[in-house]
Design a protein around this ligand. Structure first.
Ligand SMILES: [Zn+2]
Length: 408
């Protein structure tokens, strides 16, 4: 085959060859193992050039033989794939009051346990240092040297401008951005992403949205976010602020939201609002199974409400029904605009399963044109909160391998 490589790789051992290596690694990460012929065709490289690059990547420990492919008549080809333990990625999911972190292999598997820490963005002044200490401990306990880390993927809530590395919702004293602080504290490449977009990436690569071109991933916890996947890619918008679903106005002259506007969806349908309503009603004498699960009203959280609902508690079921009404009205607007194939319910409210997805589906029939709704599948995430942590892996690797035509 003639050399048709558009970036003139042969005989140029510098940047172009490094770039091509990264691209090949990226494809092996995304598509799984391939033969030298497959790779040469994909990148329009000659067989000898491809073989030489694969050889170098093998010697460097990135790539190894993983088995034999299907024969096209002759000898079956040798398949080459990423060595899972060649490098590692640290994923960190920082929320308002707690954090989760894990080290992942290039095969997206956690090494050791996922660490959960009751420290987040709003209950400590020292979150970055505490997280850094936990990362060091985790690496040490798994015998992973710093040199084997490709980078850190950090998912956090708030309005995060990926271009500037600024999270407008969590500004630090002295105008230091959270990204800068993490970059200074953690050694290595740090990628910061909004938690809901990270969740959508997790769903697109490993969850319900895998192979789905147009999907909406709802992150309903304390607040309400939406990860929008259009044509297989995360839709970010001009500044990366897309998907602020919780702040569309649903109630005229409604309550003041923490965003500064009034009547936002979050003020009537978020996890925080469900808990607030439950506390108020139960303190006012409402009879509910919830009271059996907690020592006093202040201990009520979304988990106890969902538990009571799943055990048939009418009051809790009604709370979820009321929430579904608001969510359905908001979702109907987005469905009419985007005609999605799937809506995935994630975040802590997803633990309610059909107790939330069924009323949403039912109420959507009131607000959505039938022909548009008939193709929308409403699903509960099967990854749960792990979707956020898992989404940090393709985010870091897409950056590192410079993948361009993927979900990133
Ligand atoms: Zn708001």
């Amino acid at each position: 085959m003639a050399e048709t490589d558009p970036i003139s790789i042969a005989g140029t051992p510098g940047t172009n060859r490094t770039l091509m290596k990264k691209k090949i690694l990226g494809v092996l990460y995304k598509n799984g193992p391939g033969s030298i012929t497959d790779i040469s065709k994909l990148f329009r490289l000659s067989i000898p050039t491809t073989a030489s690059i694969i050889n170098e990547l093998t010697n460097d420990g990135w790539v190894g033989q993983t088995g034999m492919g299907n024969s096209a008549g002759g000898r079956p080809p040798v398949l080459y794939g990423l060595q899972p333990h060649a490098k590692y990625i640290v994923g960190i999911d920082v929320s308002r009051r707690h954090s989760r972190l894990a080290v992942f292999t290039l095969a997206n598997s956690p090494v050791g346990n996922i660490v959960e820490i009751p420290v987040g963005l709003e209950n400590s002044d020292n979150t970055t240092q505490i997280l850094t200490d936990h990362v060091s401990k985790l690496l040490k306990s798994n015998d992973i040297p710093q040199s084997k880390l490709l980078g850190y993927g950090i998912a956090m809530p708030g309005l995060h401008d990926v271009r500037k590395g600024i999270n407008y919702s969590y500004q630090l004293p002295g105008n230091t951005s959270v990204a800068t602080l993490f970059s200074e504290t953690l050694e290595g490449h740090v990628c910061i992403e909004n938690d809901t977009k990270s969740m959508a990436l997790g769903e697109a690569w490993f969850g319900r949205a895998k192979g789905i071109k147009d999907a909406l991933c709802l992150n309903i916890g304390t607040g309400i976010g939406m990860g929008i996947i259009i044509d297989g890619k995360i839709f970010r918008g001009q500044s990366g602020f897309s998907g602020e679903f919780g702040h569309i106005q649903l109630v005229t002259d409604g309550k003041l939201c923490y965003c500064g506007k009034t009547g936002c969806l979050e003020t009537v349908a978020s996890g925080a609002e469900i808990v607030r309503k439950a506390k108020k009603s139960i303190a006012g004498g409402m009879t509910s199974l919830i009271s059996d699960f907690v020592s006093d009203t202040s201990a009520i959280d979304l988990k106890t409400i969902i538990q009571a609902a799943s055990e048939g508690d009418i009051f809790s079921i009604q709370l979820l029904e009321d929430t579904s009404e608001h969510l359905a009205r908001g979702l109907a607007m987005v469905i009419h605009l985007l005609n999605p194939q799937m809506i995935i319910i994630g975040g802590s409210l997803s633990a309610a399963g059909p107790l939330i997805s069924e009323p949403i589906r039912h109420k959507l029939t009131k607000y959505t044109i039938g022909q548009i709704l008939q193709d929308v599948s409403i699903q509960i995430s099967d990854l749960g909160r792990d979707a956020i942590l898992l989404g940090t892996i393709p985010y870091v690797l897409s950056n590192y391998f410079e993948l361009q035509s993927d979900n990133y």
